[in-house]
Design a protein around this ligand. Structure first.
Ligand SMILES: NC(=O)c1ccc[n+]([C@@H]2O[C@H](COP(=O)([O-])OP(=O)(O)OC[C@H]3O[C@@H](n4cnc5c(N)ncnc54)[C@H](O)[C@@H]3O)[C@@H](O)[C@H]2O)c1
Length: 411
C-alpha cells in the first residue's frame, strides 16, 4: 500500500488522481493529504470524494504531517519544478503531470536533484497509453517500415479545446512555457518514444494570429461580458462544461474565486495573452531522423495526422477528436510499401478519457508497471527530452536560429 499527497488541487488532480485513488484503487493506494492555495477548492475535493482527507495550504506542513511515500504534482506548470525539488528534499518520490518543467534551467535542476537525492520522478504521459498510439509503437518496434528517415506530424486544436488555453494561466508563457511546452510535450514525447531517438536540433517559427487583441468586441471575462450573446467563444463557467473534462467548473472555480482570484473564463481576446497559437518546427533527431511538426490552436476540428517514412515503407495514422472525421468504432493505420498493396491495421476506438490512455496509465501507476515490454512508463529522462524540444523551439522563435538540445542540457 502506497500513500499519496497531492499539491495543486484543480481539475486534473481531481479527475486523474484523487477520484481514481479513492474510488478505484483503495486496495493499493491511500490519499493522505491535499494541498492548494485555495481552501474552497480543497473543501470541494472532500465533498466530491465523500472524505475527510486533511487539507493544507502549506506544502512542507502537509509532507511533515502526512508523510506520504509519493507526492503528486498537479499545480500550474511553472510551479512543478519547485514542488518536485522540495518533495525530493523531504524524502518523497514524485508523480509529476506534464510538462515536468517549463524551461531548461528548471529541467537541469530536477535532473540534478533526482541524482543527488536518489529519489524518483515519474512523468504521466497518458498519450503513450492510448491503444491506437501503442499499436503504432508495436508496429515500429517490429520494424514494419525499416529504419525511420523522416516524419510529418500536424496537430490541430479546435476552437473549443484550443481556445480554452487562452482563457486562464496557460495564456502566459511565464506560467506554461507556451503551447510548445505545455501541449506539445505530449506530442514530442510520443515521437521520442515511437522512434527511440532523442531530439538534437530544433528550428521554429511561431506567432499569435487568432487569439489576443485581434477584435474590438471583447471584455474581461465571459461571465460579465457585454458580447456574451454574440461571441462564439462565450464560455459559461456556471453551465455544463464540455471543455477538457466533465468536471464542474462552477464548483471548482466560479464559486471559490474569492479565495485566490483565479478567473477561469477570461476573454480569449485579452491584451495580456503572450503565447503563440500558430507554430511550425523542423527537428533533427539523434539517429538522423528529421521531423516537420505543426501546432495550430484555432482549427475548425481537432486531432492529428502523422506520416512516418522508413527505408522499407511508409506508415500513416490519424486521429480526430472533433469534426467530420471522428472514428466511432475503429481507427486505421496504413502501411504502404513500394509497389505492394496497402495494408490496413485496425484498432478499436476506446471512448475513455484521453482515448482510454488515462485508465491504462492509472493501472500501471498505482498497481505497478509489471513487465512493461513497450516501456510505457516515463522517467525524468523522457520528461526532460519531451520538454526540451518545446523549450528549444521557444529559444529558436526568439533568436530566429536553430537551437542544439545538448546546449540546453549543459546550461
Ligand atoms: N496529461 C494531461 O492530459 C493533462 C490534462 C490536463 C492538465 N494537465 C496538467 O495538470 C496540471 C494542472 O492542470 P489543471 O487543468 O488541473 O489546472 P488548474 O488550474 O485547474 O489546477 C491547478 C491548481 O494548482 C493550484 N495552485 C496554484 N498555485 C499553487 C501553489 N503555490 N501551491 C499549491 N497549489 C497551487 C491552483 O489553485 C489550482 O487548484 C498542469 O500541469 C497541466 O499541464 C495534464
Amino acid at each position: 500500500m502506497k500513500s499519496y499527497a497531492i499539491v495543486g488541487c484543480g481539475g486534473r488532480a481531481l479527475g486523474m488522481f484523487a477520484i481514481p485513488i479513492v474510488k478505484n484503487f483503495p486496495h493499493c493506494a491511500r490519499l493522505v493529504g491535499l494541498c492548494d492555495i485555495n481552501q474552497g477548492r480543497l473543501d470541494y475535493f472532500n465533498r466530491v470524494l465523500e472524505s475527510k482527507i486533511p487539507t493544507f495550504q502549506d506544502f512542507d506542513l502537509m509532507i511533515r504531517t502526512t508523510k506520504p511515500d509519493i507526492v503528486i504534482v498537479t499545480t500550474k506548470d511553472a510551479l512543478h519544478h519547485q514542488f518536485v525539488l522540495r518533495a525530493f528534499e523531504l524524502g518523497c518520490d514524485v508523480i509529476c503531470e506534464k510538462p515536468m518543467a517549463i524551461n531548461d534551467q528548471q529541467c537541469r535542476e530536477i535532473l540534478a536533484a533526482e541524482k543527488k537525492t536518489g529519489r524518483k520522478i515519474t512523468v504521466t504521459f497518458n498519450y503513450r497509453f492510448v491503444p491506437y498510439v501503442t499499436r503504432i509503437r508495436e508496429l515500429l518496434s517490429q520494424n514494419a517500415i525499416g529504419k525511420i528517415l523522416s516524419l510529418d506530424f500536424a496537430y490541430q486544436l479546435d476552437r473549443n479545446h484550443g481556445a480554452d488555453y487562452f482563457r486562464r494561466w496557460h495564456r502566459r508563457k511565464e506560467n506554461s512555457g507556451g503551447l510548445l511546452v505545455h501541449k506539445s510535450t505530449h506530442h514530442f514525447d510520443v515521437i521520442n518514444w515511437l522512434i527511440g531517438q532523442d531530439p538534437q536540433t530544433v528550428f521554429a517559427i511561431g506567432s499569435r494570429q487568432f487569439y489576443g487583441p485581434t477584435r474590438k468586441e471583447r471584455g474581461q471575462r465571459c461571465l460579465t461580458c457585454d458580447h456574451k450573446k454574440t461571441c462564439e467563444f462565450y464560455f459559461d463557467i456556471n453551465g455544463p462544461t464540455t471543455v477538457g473534462s466533465v468536471l464542474d467548473t462552477s464548483e471548482l472555480y466560479a464559486k471559490v474565486e474569492q479565495f485566490d482570484g483565479y478567473i477561469r473564463d477570461q476573454c480569449v481576446f485579452s491584451d495580456e495573452i503572450d503565447i503563440e497559437d500558430t507554430m511550425n518546427l523542423a527537428i533533427r533527431y539523434s539517429g538522423g531522423t528529421q521531423m516537420s511538426y505543426s501546432l495550430n490552436a484555432h482549427c475548425i476540428y481537432e486531432g492529428w495526422r502523422l506520416a512516418i517514412n522508413g527505408v522499407d515503407g511508409r506508415l500513416e495514422a490519424q486521429e480526430w477528436h472533433s469534426g467530420p472525421y471522428v472514428a466511432k468504432d475503429n481507427q486505421e493505420i496504413s502501411l504502404l510499401r513500394w509497389q505492394k498493396p496497402m495494408e490496413t491495421v485496425t484498432v478499436k476506438v476506446d471512448h475513455g478519457d484521453h482515448g482510454g490512455g488515462d485508465a491504462r496509465l492509472h493501472k500501471m501507476l498505482f498497481e505497478g508497471p509489471g513487465a512493461d515490454p513497450l516501456a510505457h512508463m516515463a522517467s525524468s529522462r523522457a520528461g526532460a527530452m519531451s520538454i526540451l524540444t518545446g523549450i528549444a523551439a521557444n529559444h529558436s522563435i526568439e533568436s530566429k536560429q536553430p537551437v542544439e538540445i545538448s546546449n540546453l542540457l549543459r546550461g
